[in-house]
Design a protein around this ligand. Structure first.
Ligand code: TYM
Length: 332
């Protein structure tokens, strides 16, 4: 059976981008067709300036929101990355396979390190090695597929390279995984700046819809979205990035495709109104379920406890095999 691994990092509140680009796919499709593991990858949240209490709160919230989005703990394994030691154990081995040049070429590293330096801060070494830890997350489980938004393409490519290199040098050990993307909304853009990704670590701006935003807030953000020159409502990501982003969001919410919505609307206002309504409807059940789950923290904890136990059992043999293959003496 196909095995799937994916993760989300608790660096901010979950956004509509996370939901449409990844989480909804995990809940509605992936967990029904494959053996699935989904992780709140909290170690990754420590690669930039962080507040310990906030990371803890956001980790709990992310796990709760994944359940609220429909991840079913009877079908999929849901766990917190730091509860399973194998990720860090394997990450070190992969650091011995990856090169520093490879790491420095990663787009997200270049962008985030430049931002950090521009703020006058220093860049954590873990920001540079982040993609290796991500590769370890995936390879530790022998995952065949990694469902992600398209900002993760380069990281999954690196994961493949490391798996192939390790296998060539030390004997076949790892499955070489491939990324999968949703057909629509693989890259939801910021509503105020459609040239940049809607990201949870972006400023708390008006351009980001959060999963837990109240309906009125969602409506306001979408109605105020930046649109483009002209007045035709057409899907053209180059010429009409703002409108195309709204069409993409609307299509994703309705289960259609954005090209099919080209020419359907006469005004930007009508498109915005329908998009706002569609987003509010998509978020409603998630928010309702989230409210229920927040009232039952013991349930969420039990899911995470069982998830970590299962994940340990699945990753331990793979990581032990890699330790032996690379030349480390078995413990006596
Ligand atoms: P993260 O936490 O930034 O995002 C989680 C998932 O949401 C997708 N996503 C988006 N999709 C469409 N439009 C957007 N605006 C948008 N923003 C985010 C991301 O592509 C991702 O699928 N490095 C990963 C976390 C990670 C991981 C892993 C993922 C760590 N280990 C192993 C897969 C497998 C990240 O930062 O995702």
């Amino acid at each position: 059976m196909t095995r799937i691994f994916s993760g989300i990092k608790p660096t901010g509140h979950l956004t509509l981008g996370n939901y449409l680009g990844a989480v909804r796919q995990w809940a509605d499709v992936d967990q029904h067709r494959a053996e699935s593991l989904f992780s709140v990858v909290d170690l990754h949240a420590l690669t930039v300036d962080h507040d310990p209490g906030r990371v803890r709160r956001l980790s709990r919230q992310a796990a709760t929101l994944l359940l609220a989005s429909g991840i079913d703990p009877e079908r999929a394994t849901l766990f917190v990355q730091s509860h399973v030691d194998e990720h860090a154990r394997l990450s070190y081995l992969l650091e011995c396979v990856a090169t520093d040049g490879e790491m420095r070429r990663m787009i997200q590293y270049k962008e985030k390190s430049a931002l950090e330096r521009a703020r006058g801060g220093s860049v954590r070494l873990s920001l540079l090695t982040y993609p290796v830890l991500m590769a370890a997350d995936i390879l530790a489980y022998g995952a065949d597929e990694v469902p992600v938004g398209d900002d993760q393409v380069q990281h999954v490519e690196l994961t493949r390279d490391l798996a192939v290199r390790f296998n060539q040098r030390y004997g076949h050990t790892f499955v070489v995984p491939r990324a999968t993307y949703p057909k629509v909304a693989a890259r939801v853009m910021d509503l105020q700046d459609p040239s940049s990704k809607m990201g949870k670590s972006g400023d708390a701006g008006a351009g980001i819809v959060y999963l837990l935003d109240e309906p009125e807030v969602v409506r306001k953000k979408i109605m105020r979205a930046v649109t483009d020159g002209g007045s035709e409502v057409e899907y053209d990501r180059e010429a009409k990035p703002g409108v195309s982003n709204l069409l993409e969001i609307l299509a994703a919410c309705e289960g259609g495709n954005p090209e099919g919505l080209s020419g359907v609307y006469e005004t930007y206002g009508a498109l915005k109104k329908d998009t706002a309504d569609a987003v509010v409807e998509v978020l409603r059940p998630v928010q309702e379920k989230h409210k229920e789950l927040v009232a039952d923290p013991a349930y969420v904890e039990e899911v995470l406890r069982r998830g970590a136990e299962r994940a340990r059992g699945m990753s331990r043999p793979m990581v032990d095999t890699a330790y032996r293959a690379i030349g480390l003496l078995p413990p006596v």
